[in-house]
Design a binder for this molecule. Structure first.
Ligand SMILES: [Zn+2]
Length: 247
């Protein structure tokens, strides 16, 4: 099958598909939903880090010299820091950071749209590198997007959106991934020398999500049982990537 079709399929799965899966999970009981969502988040921590260190960085390093790859990754981390800061500023401006929910809802959607747009580019860059890389990246995207979408649903519903409206807006913000992914596919296909850079920047995004977003979230639970569960599921996520690389 043509790479473009794979990219499209993966983009739909990673964006709109994640929203759909998340909204199906809303049918579960609240407690079950919370547990499932948390466990997915732990596995996602492992797949994101695994994809960076067993997939994206080694591949990028095989195409470009090490100092350039690592410098690109470093610059990427700074960019994602700034991007997150801008979104937080906008969230805090009129509420002194009290997270007034009515103000937070549009910002959640805009921030999410940006984030999904980047995931779309990462998926395209993954498939243009190889089908294995594409699959690895898509799995990592879906696993961290489902808990993310569930959290967004929660915020939208709390701020007074109907379920239908929350779903509609979430789908819309997810769809940005399809637009940027297809655009990135055609650009990178024309400009193959950009692929190792795109992989290095994708690695920064995954590193940032895993280390700056997911792991701090995990540290909010401190019991021995929860900590062990987290550790085992992070390892499981890494193992999923490992078998994808070494099958
Ligand atoms: Zn994402």
């Amino acid at each position: 099958m043509n790479t473009l079709y794979w990219v499209l399929l993966a983009l739909i799965l990673g964006s709109v598909g994640s929203v759909a899966l998340a909204s199906l999970m809303l049918l579960l009981k609240k407690k079950q939903l919370e547990i499932l969502s948390q466990h997915l988040l732990y596995v996602a921590g492992g797949t994101l880090l695994g994809a960076v260190f067993m997939g994206m960085l080694p591949k990028s390093l095989s195409m470009l010299d090490a100092p350039t790859v690592l410098m690109t990754t470093l610059v990427g981390i700074l960019l994602f820091f700034l991007l997150e800061k801008i979104i937080l500023w906008r969230k805090c401006r009129n509420t002194q950071c009290n997270r007034q929910l009515t103000a937070a809802a549009p910002i959640v959607l805009i921030g999410d749209a940006f984030h999904n747009a980047i995931d779309g580019i990462i998926i395209a860059a993954g498939f243009l590198t190889s089908n294995e890389m594409g699959v690895m990246v898509t799995v990592s995207v879906v696993l961290h997007e489902i808990p993310q979408e569930l959290a967004d649903f929660g915020i939208l519903l709390k701020s007074g959106y109907s379920k239908r409206k929350a779903l509609g807006y979430n789908l819309l913000s997810g769809a940005t991934a399809i637009v940027t992914g297809v655009a990135a596919y055609f650009m990178l296909d024309q400009m193959q020398e950009g692929i190792p850079y795109a992989l290095a920047l994708s690695a920064s995004s995954f590193l940032y999500i895993a280390l700056a977003d997911l792991i701090p979230e995990m540290h909010r639970k401190t019991s021995l049982r929860a900590s062990l569960t987290q550790f085992v599921l992070i390892l499981l996520g890494m193992f999923l990537i490992f078998i994808n690389v070494h099958h």
